[in-house]
Design a binder for this molecule. Sequence first.
Ligand SMILES: [Zn+2]
Length: 110
Amino acid sequence: MKNESVKICCDAFQWMIDSAGHSGFSIIVAGDISDVVFYLQARAYDENQENKLDNIPRTVDPPKPFCLKMQNVIQYCPFCGTSLKKIASNNSSKMELLIKLHMKYDLSMQ
Ligand SMILES: [Zn+2]
């Protein structure tokens, strides 16, 4: 993913895009090239470690609400305030690639 870096607003935003699918906060690029959507996403576990949770024996159900991952649409860079529509329109080919790469992380698709 690092070699697919997008020229964007700031290093913090780039780092968040490169963190897609990992535990902690990340930025997910979704939608389609004519209407790019950016999500601020939080995960308790890396995407490839979630299936390990299925094998943990449970004697009680987790408390509700119990959330291991969540996302919310954002329209501006949370670090520098740049319009994400502007970033998307200036990087259309990279956005198209990121949409494909991030599709498996987009919680609205699950
Ligand atoms: Zn920024």
